[in-house]
Design a protein around this ligand. Structure first.
Ligand SMILES: O=C(O)CCC(=O)C(=O)O
Length: 214
């Protein structure tokens, strides 16, 4: 398994983005909330043709439901306006990755998760602003024999365009070799390129990821 680093950043400016901050500034903003199943975490739901719900951020935070998970991506209107500064701040702290850079914002309560997948992006820096995540990593070799479930998958992850989801409940598949890493508030992890990964929110967690195609 490739060496994986987690490093402490503790940026006081990003630290402002708490659940209270989001509630105060974005309560009336309506967003898609992924409804998770036991097996599939956040994004895979859409691949599996399953449900998402439209909720305001205020409703989402008030419900505190671990089966619901919010992921906003760069293009999202709400991010572009209310949280635009977060992307610039992230780039200032982490450095601008080469290539086309994107970012996502993750808002999930304790128990929410993203199941096993790999991304097409080469660089993936995930920074936990508040909360605690457990990241599960599976090497490309070990992942290559696992069942895959989306049209974006090919045998070689390099050819992948779009996220490739695995048809496996990795958290209950003890036979699959993996490495798990805790990422705490103020810490950042670089997901090794080409590694399948899954994330569990062990506490109510807010995170941001900065990705790029180079
Ligand atoms: O934090 C999460 O739920 C998922 C993170 C992830 O999979 C990613 O950044 O690619």
């Amino acid at each position: 398994m490739e060496h994986t680093s987690v490093w402490a950043i503790h940026d006081p400016i990003l630290n402002k983005v708490s659940f209270d901050y989001v509630k105060k500034n974005m309560s009336n903003y309506t967003t898609h909330v992924n409804i998770m199943t036991e097996k599939y975490g956040s994004d895979q739901i859409e691949h599996a043709g399953q449900r998402y719900e439209e909720l305001t951020i205020g409703e989402f935070i008030t419900q505190k439901d671990p089966r619901k998970y919010v992921k906003w991506v760069d293009e999202d209107h709400g991010l572009k306006t209310s949280l635009k500064w977060v992307k610039s701040r992230l780039i200032r702290i982490l450095g601008r990755p080469r290539g086309k850079t994107n970012w996502s914002f993750w808002l999930g309560f304790k128990g929410s998760f993203t199941s096993l997948h790999y991304d097409e992006e080469v660089t993936n820096l995930l920074y936990v602003i508040h909360g605690l995540k457990r990241i599960t990593l599976v090497s490309p070799k070990d992942a290559s024999i696992l069942p895959k479930s989306s049209e974006h998958c090919s045998d070689d992850y390099i050819e992948t365009k779009g996220a490739c989801w695995f048809d496996i409940d990795i958290f209950n598949a003890a036979h699959v070799p993996r490495k798990t890493i805790l990422v705490r508030s103020g810490e950042c992890i670089q997901i090794p390129s080409g590694y399948a990964h899954a994330a569990e929110n062990l506490e109510d967690t807010i995170a941001v990821s900065l990705t790029s195609d180079a």
